[in-house]
Design a protein around this ligand. Structure first.
Ligand code: NAP
Length: 350
């Protein structure tokens, strides 16, 4: 693809917004030309408005850009990534979609609405078929596409290859990184040397979003997968990388080797279309007895691949394993960029 596309980032100053800016540096299709945030930041240069928490300096092409208030205005790019605080994202995203923008959002606000795709392009690229209905229902010139919650992306992508065997039950316990709570996140006194066994609304999101993502697009509707999902969510003293201990019950009993093989062989539309941010191999199966680990494996394939290890039989359900992904890359900014690449490759932004 030759053409370049201007993009904006709403919530550009936050943790995920910074990951967008970092992830989009040198992108072969997208140029970040518009930054939006709250009225606290509006009017300031980005380098003054953002408390840059990533390694290195604010990219030179971004540092001197002026941050705008997050309102649709003439001249703002058609394609907008959204990483705004969920308390405000709902209405602002709708206003942009009504004004003709394509919003590719990380926020939870619209994920579970029946006419909004909850997209992981390897799994459910066909769910984009709901967009004409969304635009018609709402009278929008633009549209909203969402990516799942960070721990749900990790789980759903790790388990997607098992859908062919009939997923019946999923029981999981997460070990979630502190970067998943935004900046400044939890007070250090709460998390250093500690585990916090509660993340507000996370268990509910993992349970319902997983069913929607793994569901089918049939007769113009997204029909959720009828699998039972039970989640325990925990915050641990890890900076980046959500790890999940998962047990799964399947209708068929393919055996541990076939489960591992299905995961390693798994490919989807992003790999077929060779999208720029797609990992070559979405799931890396690790055979070492002590992998995956967040510090060693979260950055696999530029942070876009999931790693799965310790696949073994489960005496209660059928199989158990550890699944890991980078929560702010594959679980947030990278996921949304891949969604936008799919929209562009499918001609949906024209
Ligand atoms: P964050 O660090 O707290 O950043 C929030 C962003 O929202 C900032 O840019 C902030 O701008 C902006 N904002 C706040 N009030 C606003 C308003 N009234 N109008 C416009 N912008 C406003 O949060 P985060 O961790 O990046 O998360 C952002 C979103 O992504 C959340 O919805 C979160 O649930 C979701 N998410 C996060 C992760 C993760 O791993 N962190 C993963 C998946 C999804 P100012 O700087 O001007 O206040």
């Amino acid at each position: 693809m030759e053409r370049r596309v201007e993009v904006g980032v709403l919530g550009a100053t936050g943790m995920v917004g910074q990951q967008f800016i970092s992830f989009l540096q040198g992108h072969p299709w997208f140029d970040v030309t518009w930054l939006g945030a709250s009225e606290r930041s509006a009017g300031k240069k980005y380098m003054e408005a953002a408390n840059w928490t990533l390694d290195g300096k604010v990219p030179a092409s971004i540092a001197a850009q002026t941050v705008h208030e997050a309102k649709p205005v003439a001249g703002a790019p058609k394609l907008m990534f959204s990483a705004m605080d969920a308390s405000v994202a709902g209405e602002i995203e709708q206003a942009f979609a009504a004004a003709g923008h394509f919003i590719v959002s990380n926020s939870r606000n619209h994920r579970m609405e029946p006419d909004v795709p909850l997209l992981i392009p390897e799994i459910n690229a066909d769910h984009l078929g709901i967009l004409p209905a969304q635009r018609k229902n709402r009278g929008w010139a633009g549209a909203i596409v969402t990516n799942p919650n960070c721990s749900t992306i990790t789980l759903a992508l790790g388990l997607a290859p098992l859908k062919q065997f009939g997923i019946k039950k999923i029981l999981l316990s997460t070990m979630q990184a502190i970067s998943g709570a935004g900046y400044p996140g939890l007070p250090s006194m709460d998390i250093v040397g500690n585990v916090v066994p509660f993340i507000k609304n996370e268990e509910e999101k993992m349970e319902s979003e997983t069913q929607k993502i793994l569901g089918d697009f049939a007769d113009g509707k997204i029909v959720p997968l009828l699998a039972l999902v039970s989640a325990h969510c925990n915050r641990v003293a890890v900076v980046d990388g959500h790890m999940i201990a998962v047990s799964v019950e399947l209708e068929q009993k393919p055996g541990v080797a076939a489960v591992a093989e299905a995961m390693a062989a798994y490919r989807g539309v992003p790999q077929e279309k060779n999208l720029p941010s797609a990992p070559k191999q979405p799931i890396h199966v690790m055979t070492e007895e002590n992998r995956p680990q967040p510090r060693k494996d979260a950055m696999l394939e530029n942070g876009m691949a999931v790693s799965v290890g310790r696949i073994r039989e489960c005496p209660i359900l059928d199989y158990k394993m550890i699944i890991l992904a980078h929560n702010t890359i594959r679980g947030a900014a990278g996921a949304a960029v891949l969604n936008a690449e799919l929209l562009l490759a499918e001609g949906l932004l024209d």
